[in-house]
Write a protein that binds this ligand. Structure first.
Ligand code: AN7
Length: 403
């Protein structure tokens, strides 16, 4: 790799050289996408099929670095694809089993590798929590100083604990994620020494697209009929769609799955835009949901998310907090997989899509479970628990079969 990749603005068509670090289009402000020269992916298809090693870097043939790049890695990816006990054809991609317990690590290993390659020593992000935890860990590993901006109110406890543990400077911004992202974008435009690790960074998308390659491999070289996943800032749906499209472009898959993005009702600007057939986003000013990871009203990658849903003949839908909670409990108590609320939106969305006829029962569907349940231990308060405290001598009676 070198020279075969360029930066593309999917909105206005601007093109640039990735060696010149940019996150957004200088003409129109759209987050930039890394694209490869025609035929390049087809030429390297064999290397992708015969990839060595595991996880994200197994697919380095489709990543924009020379093969000898110094990787910053904690062995991300290679996550299990469980069959769900809840519906025939439904599989659960358990991204909570990444190094910092969310899918963000796929993008972070690639973006922090890029930061190191460019000699960056200070990295920054705005985050609802998981990006912050991942930035904190990878920056520590790379020996960089990290700054994480989080909403002052609503960050899950586990995520904050990770940022503290890894030694980030944590700045709680009064306001929500959207305000924090706006300020961090302003900050990096004024201070070229700060490397930005939000998903407007095109290297994050390159790392996260590897989920598609992994699913394809786990299904024996085929793709599912559909992928269902939670959508917040909309980087992940853009990335996974890009991965599946590249498989098709490389001649490794005949078609790509329908992409079904799921938002929480109180933070659903993309679902509204999709349902209304709109070509512009109407941001939500004070987004609300108990799935704090996706409490986002002004998704940066909104245009690419709508493109993914429309080009794939998928959809972006919304579900209530109650449906999310129900799905979270069922994932834990029926499938044995403990996820954070945002991730449960994937199962809630699957159920909605079946009910509305967007998916047929029995179709092959992968639900992306984006983050581990231990990230947000307080959410469990709403599950209802079965616990008692007893004197030691009362234990036998307490555990007798009748109770
Ligand atoms: C568990 O950490 O935005 O649509 O700052 O943590 O790519 O934003 C997290 C997002 C889904 C949505 N599931 O992904 C952040 C942040 C979980 C998440 C999403 C997030 P995007």
């Amino acid at each position: 790799m070198n020279g075969e990749a360029s930066l593309l603005c999917v909105n206005c068509g601007w093109r640039g050289d990735p060696e010149e670090l940019r996150y957004t289009c200088p003409r129109c402000g759209e987050p930039l996408t890394i694209v490869y020269e025609e035929d390049y992916l087809a030429e390297r298809a064999r290397e992708l099929r015969e990839g060595r090693g595991r996880g994200v870097w197994r697919y380095s043939a489709f990543l924009p670095f020379p093969d000898d790049v110094r990787r910053v890695t904690l062995d991300e990816g290679s996550t299990p694809l469980h069959e769900s006990k809840q519906a025939r054809g439904l599989r659960l991609k358990n991204e909570g089993l990444n190094p910092t317990a969310s899918f963000k690590d796929r993008g972070m290993t690639v973006a922090v590798t890029d930061a190191l390659r460019r000699g960056a020593s200070r990295v920054v992000c705005a985050s609802t929590g998981n990006t912050a935890a991942s930035v904190a860990a990878y920056a520590a590993r790379a020996g960089m100083r990290s700054y994480v901006l989080v909403p002052s109110g609503a960050v899950a406890r586990g995520k904050l604990a990770q940022a503290v543990a890894h030694g980030s400077k944590i700045v709680k911004i009064r306001g929500g994620f959207d305000e924090a992202l706006r300020e961090v974008l302003r900050l990096v435009s004024e201070d070229s020494g700060l490397y930005l690790l939000n998903s407007v960074n095109p290297y994050r998308i390159e790392g996260q697209k590897t989920l598609a390659f992994e699913v394809w491999e786990q299904l024996g070289g085929s793709v599912p009929d559909a992928v269902v996943l939670p959508v917040g800032n909309a980087g992940n749906i853009s990335a996974i769609w890009k991965g599946f499209r590249e498989l098709v472009e490389a001649g490794l898959a005949r078609s790509a799955p329908r992409m079904i993005g799921v938002q929480a009702e109180g933070a659903a600007p993309l679902a509204r835009a999709f349902e209304g057939g709109l070509s512009e986003l109407r941001p939500v000013d004070s987004p609300q949901t108990y799935a704090t990871a996706i409490r986002i009203g002004r998704p940066a990658s909104w245009r690419r998310a709508l493109m993914a849903a429309r080009e794939s003949r998928g959809a972006i839908i919304s579900v209530s907090d109650q449906e999310i909670l129900r799905a979270q409990i069922d994932l834990a108590r029926v499938d044995g997989v403990f996820v954070e609320p945002a991730s449960a939106a994937a199962l809630a969305g699957y159920r909605r899509a079946i009910a509305e006829g967007l998916l047929d029962p029995g179709e092959s569907v992968v639900a992306v479970l984006t983050g581990h349940g231990l990230k947000d231990p307080d959410a469990v308060a709403m599950f209802g628990s079965d616990e008692v405290e007893v004197e030691p001598r009362d234990l036998t009676r307490e555990l007798s079969a009748s109770t």
